[in-house]
Ligand binder design. Structure first.
Ligand SMILES: [Zn+2]
Length: 319
């Protein structure tokens, strides 16, 4: 029996999955992701976990045939190296795949790509994108981005850095323009990502707007999207303004991406999905106002949820 390991490396946690040869997810595990660790130390628990899964596979009379890795940042898919990652800067330029191969000392295939690319592959092959020709996978989370399946294939771009739609620059009034970690100000990530919405809320409260949010969260620094959701329900003016602004710029963002690619299947994922209609209902309503070409466009929620990263990582081995 053949087994596969999927690994999803994010800024705060690393998720692991063991898959059978039909690519069913059998087991899941998790360790912390520590941005302060140097690369070799960072990958030490990853190697331990792979060994654990290898032993598990052997116990079942099989072996691990391949390891797929999704990671936050720019990935050179051919070389299996991480080019640049904002969340885990100590891993910049680290040859992840070669390093793991040398440490595992076994003839096992390893493939790695950006986490949004992995999510797109997963949703395309096993989720709502199944059977379609084109699909956009759009996480709305700490950041926003777009994994693109075009003519049945994942589009990676010239440097593996495709889909960074969150850093497209929007024409925004000076008073709401904010800096982004990409080095520009006024990109969509600085306007309508999960991180941005919290930045605006804090700014408005600091400027004197009254809100129940600091009390609800137990301090300004603790405010999260969950509190925003709750404050919105209670009619809090700052929370309402923040969600409306976010929905407005998300609508422009997704409409621009749609106009460029004419893809009729748009799949949202990410933590902000919990905001439901407050955010996505508004987004779709505004999208329809701009959408004058009359071609059908369908919006969906992820079917695979938070497992999409693991599932897509393993899919890298089957391209
Ligand atoms: Zn940016």
């Amino acid at each position: 029996m053949k087994y596969y390991v999927g690994i999803d490396i994010g800024g705060t946690k690393i998720a692991y999955g063991l898959f059978d040869e039909k690519r069913n997810l059998l087991q899941k595990k998790q360790t912390a992701s520590d941005d302060k660790k140097e690369a070799e130390e960072f990958f030490s628990p990853v190697i331990d976990m792979i060994h654990e899964f290898m032993q598990e596979a052997e116990k079942q009379g099989g072996s691990v045939e391949g390891i797929g890795i999704g990671i936050t940042g720019f990935v050179d898919f051919e070389k299996g190296a991480l080019t640049r990652t904002a969340s885990l800067p100590k891993l910049n330029n680290f040859p992840v795949v070669d390093y793991l191969k040398s440490r595992l000392n076994q003839d096992v295939r390893i493939a790695m790509d950006n986490d949004c690319h992995c999510g797109a592959l997963a949703e395309y092959r096993h989720g709502v994108g199944k059977g379609r020709k084109n699909m956009l996978y759009c996480p709305v989370s700490t950041g926003i981005s777009t994994g693109m399946i075009l003519d049945g294939r994942l589009f990676r771009g010239s440097n593996g850095a495709s889909g960074e739609s969150g850093h497209m620059i929007a024409a925004v009034p000076e008073e709401i323009r904010m800096d982004c970690s990409c080095g520009n100000a006024g990109c969509f990530n600085s306007l309508c990502s999960g991180k941005a919405i919290i930045n605006y809320v804090r700014k408005w409260i600091e400027q004197g707007e009254s809100s129940i949010l600091p009390e609800l969260a137990g301090g300004m620094e603790n405010i999260t999207a969950r509190h925003l959701n709750e404050a919105y329900e209670k009619g809090d003016a700052v929370a309402r303004r923040a969600v409306e602004q976010m929905a407005h710029y998300l609508a422009i963002w997704i409409f621009d991406v749609y106009m460029l690619l004419n893809v009729d299947c748009i799949v949202f994922s990410g933590g902000l999905l919990a905001m439901g209609d407050k955010l996505f209902g508004q987004l779709e309503k505004e999208f329809e106002q701009y959408h004058t070409n009359g071609f059908p466009v369908h919006f969906y929620k992820t079917q695979l949820g938070s497992d999409s990263g693991l599932i897509g990582a393993v899919e890298l081995l089957f391209e």
